[in-house]
Design a protein around this ligand. Structure first.
Ligand SMILES: [Zn+2]
Length: 471
């Protein structure tokens, strides 16, 4: 089943030609390399930890098969490697001096750094995945911090990927939990695409949609098994993450796999949440908390009848372009973030006249859209329980985020990306502020959560999920 899915997905992929996921898949590394790159030389790129775990084995196998192997490029294990552009530059300069195919051995950070560095040397590369920690392995583009902004830098996906489940099953459990949260986030990102499609902002691409959404429920239905280290659950998670990446690759955009929950996560990341002392808070853990947050918002949005709006009033109170820019500037304090947010928000700005037209369209589309979104979503409370069962944080306190900063994220996150999501829908229909107030009221979703998790427990768990490394 899994193999057929991947074979079918590879036919849609633009860069990746071979994927081998399985127990003992590391043994295939030389064969996969030969098929993908012929008799080229190779250079293993890893960090101190992943080199020990799998890099040495990869080096030995490729050497054994007669490939010319260059001295491995190993980043230090400590401090934890961060996906920042200076690391790309250092690796790129080193790769330029050696004529060899880079073989990235590691998870998110290593893969992103190698992906971009290989591209800057105009070279394909191979990835040996060591943890089921995020869906970026097979994705188009690398998530790198550059000029103070976390951005997706354009670059092709790896030509070949090998993921040995024996290796990923023994990865730190927080990493597997992070991958689970990243995958579960496709529940809300899918809903956002349904919204954008219905409002004719971004049409759904059936292939990109299917690769990510068709098997999502099955990939995510055994969080407890995953936490217990069950082989089959890890296998399904890895398959889901690889397929999700291939979905982004086929559509050449992360729209297939990233919606408002990723905007929350990216904003927190750019503001340095869980990044400082110790191992950084993982990408997936931020996405998980944000997925619950967005699902909770959707519940309030869906309660309302957006087919019955006072379009004239909304038209008349719609901010001008200048007013919109001012309000975005007022919501950010970091100059880089402010500049980026203004650019992104204005890129999706529409005039009051166009807004009225869009709301007319919404009036028509709402009954059908509401039904589809309800089928796509899961209750926020259910998502929270699933994340908890997988060993993920599920609320702001656990990731060290103050409640008021969390609340402000609902309006700030909309500004950092031009992608149309439920945050835009709620903003344009004039209900965003109202919905957020309801969420944080004493009897609202987050109000209740704060009452039950805060106090002594809350303080104790604050920041307790900062251990997990990869993004
Ligand atoms: Zn993600």
């Amino acid at each position: 089943m899994g193999e057929q899915l991947i074979e079918a997905a590879l036919r849609e992929a633009t860069d990746t030609r071979r994927v081998n996921i399985g127990v003992g898949a590391l043994a295939s590394v030389a064969g996969v390399f030969l098929e993908s790159f012929g008799d080229s030389s190779a250079v293993v790129v890893a960090d101190g930890t992943t080199f020990e775990v799998a890099g040495k084995g990869v080096q030995r196998r490729l050497e054994g098969a007669g490939h010319t192997m260059l001295e491995p490029y190993v980043f230090p294990a400590e401090p934890p490697l961060y996906a920042e552009y200076s690391n790309v530059e250092t690796l790129r300069d080193s790769l330029r001096e050696r004529d060899a195919i880079p073989v990235a051995v590691g998870s998110g950070t290593i893969n992103d750094i190698v992906k971009r560095a290989a591209h800057e040397c105009e070279r394909p590369y191979m990835c040996v995945a060591t943890a089921a920690s995020m869906d970026g392995y097979t994705a188009f583009g690398a998530s790198i911090e550059k000029d103070g902004l976390k951005q997706t830098l354009s670059c092709p996906a790896p030509r070949a990927v090998v993921a040995d489940l024996q290796v990923s099953r023994h990865a730190p459990e927080d990493m597997t939990a992070s991958g689970y949260a990243d995958l579960l986030g496709k529940v809300t990102s899918g809903a956002d695409w349904l919204v954008a499609d219905a409002l004719e902002v971004e049409e759904i691409d059936p292939v990109g949609w299917s690769l990510v959404q068709d098997h999502l429920r099955g990939w995510t239905d055994s969080p407890a098994g995953l936490r217990a280290g069950d082989q089959e659950s890890t296998g399904r998670l890895m398959e889901g993450l690889i397929l999700s990446g291939l979905g982004m690759q086929s559509y050449q955009s992360s729209r297939t796999a990233s919606g408002a929950e990723h905007q929350f996560s990216h904003l927190w990341e750019m503001e340095g949440l869980g990044h400082g002392e110790g191992t950084p808070l993982s990408h997936g853990f931020k996405v998980g908390v944000a997925t619950v947050a967005i699902a909770a918002l959707y519940e309030l949005v869906l309660e309302r009848d957006l087919g019955d709006l006072d379009i004239e009033t909304l038209h008349d109170s719609w901010p001008t372009r200048e007013a919109m820019e001012r309000s975005v500037r007022a919501q950010h304090t970091s100059p880089d973030l402010e500049r980026g947010a203004v650019e992104q928000t204005l890129a999706k700005y529409i005039s009051a006249g166009d807004l009225a037209q869009r709301l007319e369209l919404l009036r028509e589309a709402w009954p059908g859209l509401r039904k589809k979104v309800r089928v796509q979503l899961m209750p926020a409370e259910k998502l929270r329980e699933m994340l908890q069962a997988a060993g993920c944080p599920t609320g702001p306190v656990e990731i060290g985020l103050r409640l008021e900063d969390f609340e402000a994220t609902y309006s700030r996150a909309r500004t950092i990306r031009k992608r149309y999501t439920v945050l835009d829908l709620a903003f344009e229909t004039g209900i965003l502020e109202q919905c957020v107030d309801e969420l944080f009221a004493p009897d609202g979703f987050w109000g209740r959560a704060a009452a039950s998790h805060a106090g002594v427990d809350g303080t104790q768990v604050a920041g307790s999920f900062r251990r997990s490394g990869e993004a």
